[in-house]
Design a protein around this ligand. Sequence first.
Ligand SMILES: Cc1cc2nc3c(=O)[nH]c(=O)nc-3n(C[C@H](O)[C@H](O)[C@H](O)COP(=O)(O)O)c2cc1C
Ligand code: SF4
Length: 447
Amino acid sequence: MGKKLLTEHFGVQGIQQLQVYKQHGGYASLEKALKKTPDEIVNEVMTSGLRGRGGAGFPTGRKWSFIDKKSGKPRYLVCNADESEPGTFKDRYLMEVNPHLLIEGMIISSFALGAHLSYIYIRGELLYVYHILEKAIAEAYEAGYLGKNILGTGYDLELYCHPGGGAYICGEETALIESLEGKRGNPRIKPPFPAISGLYNNPTVVNNVESIATVPAIIAMGGEEYAKIGIGHSKGTKLISACGHIKKPGIYEIELGLPVEEFIYSDEYCGGIRGGRKLKAVVAGGSSVPILPAELILKTEKGEPRLMSYESLSDGGFTSGTMLGSGGFIVMDETTSIVKNLFNFTRFYHHESCGQCSPCREGTAWMEKILHRILHGHGTLKDVDLLWTLQKNIDGKTICPLGDAAAWPVASAIRHFRSEFEDFVQHPEKHLDVKHYFNQIEKKELA
Ligand SMILES: Cc1cc2nc3c(=O)[nH]c(=O)nc-3n(C[C@H](O)[C@H](O)[C@H](O)COP(=O)(O)O)c2cc1C
Ligand code: SF4
C-alpha cells in the first residue's frame, strides 16, 4: 500500500466541513507555515522536488522562485481548476471531497509568494464543485484563516473562486489569465511568462489544483521527507484518474515509480482488463500525450519495466515513449478502434482551438475532416500520409501547446498503428459499424 497524502481522508464522513477537517489535522500545516518566512516555504517546496501536476511537470518551487518580488507590484496566485482534458478527472474529485485541503494549500502558497489576492479559476461545468468551494471558503473566512490579519500574524489574504465559461483552452495558463481579466480566453505569446507579467500584468503564479493541495503535506512532513517518496526526479505521490476498459476505473493516489504493469493489473489499482480481454494501448497522461501500444507501455524499448514516473514514461522520446502529463490514464483493450478513438480526440481539439494561429485552426479542421472521410469509407492511403504531414506542420508551430496536443495523438497513432489506418482505407467494409457510430454522434449533436 503506497503513501496517501492527498486521499488519506477521502473516506471520512463530513471532511468537507472545516470542523471535521480540523479534527483530522487540517490547518495545522498553515499554522506551522505562518511561523516560517516566505522564503523558507519556497525552499521547502523546492527541496521536496514537487513538479507541477497540471501536465508539464515544471518544478513548483523553481516556478515560485521566478516571481518578481522586487518590483513592488501586487503578486497573485491563481489555482488552475479548469480541468477539461479528456481522461483527466482528478482535480474535480479532490476539490469535491476535500475542499479545505486546497484552500489550506492556497493560503500557504499565497503567503510564500507574498500574494494578498488569490483566485481559484474553476471550470464552468463544475458548478456543483464551485458551490462546495464557496461554502468552504466562507468557513475559512469565519475561522480567521482568510481575510485580514490571519491567525494574528498580520498577513492578509482574499481568496475568490471564479467559474470559467467552460472552454478547454482556458486551462492554458495565459488564456486563463485573459479569461480571469474578463476577456476572451486567448493564449498570450510567451515570454513574458506569468511570473513576470501575468494577471493585470503583475507577477503571477499559476498552479494546478493537485500541486497546491500537495503543499500542506510538504509543510507537515518537510521537503526532505517528501523527496524520499518516489523515484529519480519524480518525487512524491500523484493522482491518476484511470478510465477505459479496466475493471476498476477511478482515482488512485500512487507513489511515483510504481510499475505500469502493477498499476493496470493489480487489484489495489485498476484490477486488470475488463472481460479478460487483452490490453491494446494506453494513453497515459490525458488525451494530449502520445498513445503507446501494450508492449511499449509495459516495457521500454530497452526491455526495462515502464514505471509511472516522468522519466520512465518519457523514456524513448516520442518514438517509443510518452508522458505522465496530467495523469489521465486511458486504457484500451483489443476491441478498440484506434482510428475511431483518434477521430474523437481530433474532433475535440478542433472544437477547442481558439483559432488564433493558422496551423492549429486550419490543421485541426483538416485532420478532423480527413479522419471523418476515412471513417466513412472514403479514405485513401494518401490520406494517411496527409495526416502525417499535417500534424508535422502543427507541432511546435503555434502560440500555445494546444497545437502540439492536437498533433501528438495523430503522430503517435500513425507511428504505432499505421497498419490499422491502412486497413481502414483499404477494407472499409470490415468496419461497417461505423454508420451506427456516426448516427450516435449526430443524434447527440442534434439533441
Ligand atoms: C490547452 C491546455 C489546457 C490546459 N489545461 C489545464 C488544466 O485544466 N489544468 C491545469 O492545471 N493545467 C492545464 N494546462 C497547463 C497550464 O498551462 C499550466 O502549465 C499549469 O496550470 C501549471 O500548473 P502546474 O505547474 O502546477 O502544473 C493546460 C495547458 C494547455 C496548453
Ligand atoms: S495553438 Fe490553437 S489554441 Fe493555442 S493559441 Fe494557437 S489557435 Fe489558439
